[in-house]
Design a protein around this ligand. Structure first.
Ligand code: FES
Length: 311
């Protein structure tokens, strides 16, 4: 689907883009937490969470932080994208949905991780469901959407916490969690990997839902080679040390959808029939990891010499 960049707003290293459909076309609706693939002018495909106040209609809003170590996505959107330019986007997809039956939703955002959390907060407010949003930032002046959060309709449910050390952050999260019962309370977190790990650790007893964009997941033991057996054809594909399973499958002529190639979008999810994957993605829930019946071949590897795939 083609969209046009309708407006750009820059502040403190974060660029907010408003994307509109061409002509009178409407954009597909979506659930809070969803993201879209954006094909950039340099050919790269990147995932960005939708952070609109209201899903659907004729505009999407995404926010992009300039990453110093950009692999070409954020740098292109910051340096090359201009109002009026067209971009290709994919259908909204959601691997980070709210759980409607929760009694309480606790939303934790670290830095630019605010983007999916913001649309979740608006959705919960529209549904009149109880929630609290904790937004951890380095400084308020450099925090995306801080003014909107502090003075807009969400203000009464938001705490912006600036300049905390990792220890203070952990203590603060612990304190916030301690006032809520474990049963019925769902915790949602998005942000840098260390922040997400802190929330996941402190909220160990709670139902935790997480999404990570931008930062590649922890690297696997890339030194270990393994074999993929393709169940439907009986073929075998060797994954050498230092290569990804996805690259080796593609090289062998296996057609597999993929997008981010860093384990954060879920597009390449593949069913595992036998063997134990070494999960290195940021998509699967703890339960899905333990079930070991699928993996993301763009980053994940194998704990057993062979993985049998439903391919
Ligand atoms: S292509 Fe995105 S998780 Fe593998």
């Amino acid at each position: 689907m083609q969209v046009r960049i309708h407006a750009i707003a820059d502040s403190a290293g974060v660029r907010v883009l408003e994307l509109r459909a061409e002509g009178d076309a409407q954009l597909p609706s979506y659930e809070a937490g969803a993201h879209i693939d954006v094909t950039l002018g340099n050919g790269l495909v990147r995932q960005y969470s939708l952070c609109c106040r209201q899903p659907g209609g004729d505009a999407y809003r995404i926010a992009v932080k300039r990453e110093p170590q950009s692999r070409g996505g954020s740098a292109w959107l910051h340096d090359e994208a201009t109002v009026g330019m067209t971009l290709q986007i994919g259908q909204p997809r959601n691997a980070f949905a709210l759980v409607p039956e929760a009694d309480m939703h606790l939303l934790f955002a670290g830095g630019i991780g605010i983007t999916p959390i913001l649309s979740m907060a608006y959705a919960l407010q529209r549904r009149r469901q109880p929630f609290q949003l904790y937004y951890f930032v380095r400084d308020v002046a450099g925090a995306a959407f801080a003014a909107e959060l502090q003075s807009g309709p969400l203000a009464g449910r938001v705490q912006v916490l600036a300049g905390l050390t990792p220890e203070q952050t952990a203590a603060r999260i612990r304190t916030d969690l301690s006032t809520h019962p474990v049963a019925g309370t769902h915790v949602y977190v998005c942000g840098p990997a260390p922040f997400m790990q802190t929330v996941a650790t402190e909220a160990g007893q709670f139902a935790v839902h997480q999404e990570s964009f931008g930062a590649p997941p922890a690297n696997a033991d890339a030194e270990t080679a393994f074999t993929l057996t393709l169940h439907r054809s009986g073929r075998q594909v060797q994954v050498a040390a230092g290569r990804t399973a996805l690259a080796c499958l593609q090289e062998a002529g296996v057609e597999l959808d993929c997008s981010c190639e860093v384990g954060v979008c879920g597009t390449c999810r593949t069913t595992v029939l036998e063997g134990t994957p070494l999960h290195c993605d940021a998509v699967l829930s703890d339960g899905e990891r333990q079930a070991n019946n699928c993996f993301m071949p763009c980053v994940s590897r194998a704990l057993t010499p062979v993985l049998v795939l439903d391919l």
